[in-house]
Design a protein around this ligand. Structure first.
Ligand code: ATP
Length: 298
């Protein structure tokens, strides 16, 4: 009998993306969340009721769950960028062994981009509308990697190529409003990996992309994971993405982790009714996709 993860991986192979590979040295924890609780300080309501996972080099952890279940807040807590009023009220987050609650703003500035980086949805809100694309990414590599102007330009063009933007030279000189949503999302991914981070948090980072471009980006992330030991937190509603990329998966519902474990085990032998529901919904949604919804312009 074909298992769910095999079926999902077959779809991945059809779109040309690799399955999980044996990652490099797994000894050093890069990111640890232990029993993280998050509350809305304005009314004291607890929104996330305890999330734990550990990322070592090359490891990929996926978070799935319904809208509003606390996936994004969990990612933001790990990055030290919770929205106003929200706070971590229990547990701890450590980056390379340091509790992030002890980090000074200067230390955070040094860590962001170079050690931990992120891509969220809604790319337009993360880019400066009045600066050309090339300059925005060049700033990251000049500050974080200490590259001179010429070397920075070369690196930016290489990054734009790596995220499969068709005409990197042109995109380099364009402003955000000149690009489609899918192109902007790829620009953000390029910026997020520009300083060779050790951890990348990808929150629905490929959702807005059409299937082929998504496959290319996942391929790129899998390659960075294999070659550079990039560790990833992947939030996705697409179980096919989770199946092909993640070693471990957390299933969240209403701020609670209802199931957590090795991806194959969770997808092939789900213990919780909610996980079963997600899998059956996904199968219906997958069918819808095959019936031909037009993909977004890339
Ligand atoms: N900036 C904010 N202001 C007010 N409430 C927020 C904010 N961010 C999140 N919340 C609330 O916290 C809860 C968890 O939100 P979160 O964004 O983490 O969910 P999610 O699982 O990522 O959902 P989605 O899949 O829709 O992105 C939701 O009920 C949401 O309404």
């Amino acid at each position: 009998m074909t298992t769910v993860s095999e079926k999902l991986l077959t779809r991945a192979e059809e779109t040309g993306t690799p399955g999980p590979a044996e990652p490099p040295d797994r000894a050093v924890p890069l990111l640890s969340l232990r029993g993280v609780r998050i509350a809305d300080g304005s009314d004291g309501r607890e929104i996330v009721h305890g999330v734990s996972f550990e990322l070592t080099p090359g490891k990929v952890v996926g978070i799935v769950g319904e809208s509003g279940s606390g996936k994004t807040l969990t990612c933001r807590a790990a990055l030290g960028i919770l929205p106003p009023h929200f706070e971590v009220t229990g547990g701890s987050v450590e980056i390379e062994g340091t509790d992030i609650s002890t980090l000074t703003p200067t230390r955070w500035t040094a860590l962001r981009g170079a050690t931990i980086s992120a891509v969220f949805q809604d790319p337009a809100s993360y880019l400066n509308p009045s600066l050309r694309i090339g300059r925005q990414i060049a700033e990251v590599v000049r500050v974080k990697k200490g590259l001179g102007r010429r070397a920075a330009r070369e690196r930016v063009l290489a990054l734009l190529r790596a995220v499969h933007l068709r005409d990197p030279e042109l995109v380099h000189d364009q402003y955000p409003f000149e690009l489609s949503g899918g192109m902007l999302q790829r620009v953000l991914i390029a910026a997020a990996i520009a300083a060779d981070p050790r951890i990348l948090v990808a929150d629905e980072a490929t959702t807005a992309l059409d299937v082929t471009v998504q496959a290319e980006i996942l391929d790129l992330l899998a390659d960075l994971r294999e070659r550079a030991g990039l560790a990833l937190v992947v939030v996705s509603h697409d179980l096919a993405v989770v199946a092909q990329l993640c070693d471990e998966v957390l299933v969240m519902r209403r701020g609670e982790v209802v199931e957590q474990g090795p991806t194959r085990a969770v997808l092939d032998d789900p213990r919780h009714d909610y996980t079963r529901l997600l899998i059956s919904e996904h199968e219906q949604y997958g069918l819808e996709k095959f019936l031909g919804r037009p993909g977004e312009e890339s």
